[in-house]
Design a binder for this molecule. Structure first.
Ligand code: PLP
Length: 494
């Protein structure tokens, strides 16, 4: 006897769940972006007397699914940070468009496990076709498509993409790596602004922190200096070390800095190191011809990653990774026990995407990306990106015109970084922090911070699914007001 709903029960409950999501999204603008929740409060509400997990125990008896919605309404919504709120400007966006939610429903409904081509041919080939199409739409070049000898794969995250790129790089640098592991001479090149996932990838690969070389930035910027990279690589080679991978970032997490990929590619080409381009947030901008300049040189990389789950309307997780050599990831990652052997794989005519990632199992993620492309078309995707870039340009102009506030870095696409300054123009960390805290405590909007050259910076990342120019304008009014309020004679400065 099945413990599951039958299709008719699913249909009835499904309507209620879809109605709930629709109503929740419609109600979002009236909710605080960040809830005033104390640690342990959600857990206590779930495990208190009469709650879903009373005394911390799972229920013995089945419950009607409708009561789950009651609990979500009672406990989960008030305990959630609302990433889909139009005034969410923190970190980078995590777009979960309703179209992608429906695509995810199809994926769950099919319930296919696409580890091998043969375990679900459609899951693999849909992903291949979509990623080929995106490689073309982004202007990456035919070399990154399957017909061109490369190919793309949907990873869970840009962090996983960086890890598998590193493993492929280790394999290419020394195929004996699979037997003997790293020998301590491998080196990976990043900047101080490179995402922490590279540090993690180096750690996971067992290379140790000594493997990580932090290359200097071009003076006055946060972007990698290709000249400093060339020097670091040459010095390492002379010392008998092995440059394995360089990570160039297009749109760093802190300030949106863009490393000079083309110049970096010239260095990696000279030394044979793998070039990974991490464009997790900014890469999707390449869909717009007028913004594609941020991807200059990306076509020269060995691997390129951009997240559809950040700014491209697709619910987490959908990190798009391309490699120019379709054999590179399988060479590093393929392990084939008897129970996975099958005629299709052995024919060599198919791609088994399990060999392009760390886990064996994989979901049919392409369906939610397809749903997004289907609903928006490339035109709709471009309009989504352009609207945010225009709002960020207008915001940056407001910052430039405002006394007491300055841009802390050149704006990139939808990201604007600012800080408060003292009367003599110096950074006022205390005031900047106070503005951020006041904005976030209000519940009306949410922004996050970074530190650049040791000084506090407020980041405004414009990019929510339903974020429009008016929301950015309202945030600016609030920032301006709070900055004026904290800039009193009593405000301490440096
Ligand atoms: N790389 C960059 C430049 C990022 O900004 C981020 C996240 O913000 C990541 C990598 C990690 O992304 P993910 O959450 O997909 O692992």
């Amino acid at each position: 006897m099945t413990a599951d709903l039958d299709p008719d029960e699913f249909r009835r409950a499904g309507y209620a769940f879809v109605d709930w999501v629709a109503e929740h999204r419609a109600a979002l603008p009236g909710l605080p972006v960040v809830p005033p929740v104390r640690p342990g409060e959600v857990a206590a509400a779930l495990s208190g007397p009469g709650a879903a997990f009373a005394d911390g125990l799972l229920p013995e008896a089945p419950q009607p699914l409708a009561t789950l919605l009651d609990e979500v309404e009672r406990v989960v919504v008030p305990g959630s940070t609302h990433w889909q709120h139009p005034a969410f400007f923190g970190y980078f966006p995590a777009n979960a468009s309703l179209a992608s939610v429906l695509g995810d429903l199809l994926s769950g409904g099919l319930g296919a496990q696409g580890m091998l081509w043969s375990t679900s041919p459609a899951a693999t080939e849909t992903e291949q076709v979509l990623l080929d199409g995106f490689a073309r739409a982004l202007g990456l070049g035919e070399a990154f498509t399957f017909p061109g000898g490369g190919g793309g794969v949907i990873q869970d995250s840009a962090s996983s993409a960086a890890l598998v790129a590193l493993l492929a790089a280790l394999q290419r640098a020394d195929p004996r790596w699979q037997e003997s592991g790293v020998d301590g001479r491998e080196r990976v090149y990043v900047t101080a602004e490179t995402h922490s996932s590279l540090t993690k990838a180096v750690r996971v690969a067992g290379m140790g922190a000594r493997a990580l070389r932090v290359v200097a930035a071009v003076p006055g910027t946060q972007a990698m200096s290709a000249a400093a990279l060339a020097d670091a690589v040459a010095a390492d080679v002379a010392a008998g070390l092995r440059p394995v991978l360089v990570c160039a970032t297009v749109g760093t997490t802190g300030t949106g800095a863009v490393d000079p990929v083309r110049d970096i590619a010239a260095v990696t080409a000279a030394h044979g190191a793998w070039l990974h381009v991490d464009a997790a947030w900014a890469g999707v901008a390449g869909l717009c011809p007028e913004l594609r300049h941020v991807l200059d040189g990306a076509g020269l990389a060995d691997s390129f990653c951009t997240d559809a789950h950040k700014w491209l309307l697709t619910a987490f997780d959908a990190s798009l990774l391309w490699v120019r050599d379709a054999a590179a990831l399988p060479a590093a990652l393929s392990v084939t026990p008897e129970y996975l052997r099958n005629a299709a794989s052995e024919s060599g005519a198919v791609v088994d995407l399990r060999d392009w990632q760390v886990p064996l199992g994989r979901r049919f993620r392409a369906l939610k990306l397809w749903a997004v492309v289907h609903a928006a078309g490339l035109e709709g995707l471009r309009a989504h990106l352009r609207g945010h870039v225009a709002a960020a340009v207008a915001l940056a102009a407001r910052v430039r015109a405002e006394p007491g506030v300055v841009l802390a870095a050149p704006p990139t696409l939808g990201l604007v970084c600012l800080r408060c300054v003292t009367a003599d123009g110096g950074p006022d960390d205390a005031a900047t922090r106070a503005v951020l805290e006041r904005v976030n405590a209000s519940g009306a909007a949410f922004v996050t911070h970074t530190v650049v050259d040791g000084r506090y910076v407020l980041r405004i990342a414009v990019g929510g699914v339903v974020t429009e120019a008016a929301h950015v304008e309202a945030l600016w009014e609030q920032v301006r007001r709070e900055a004026a309020a904290v800039r009193g004679p009593s405000t301490s400065s440096h």
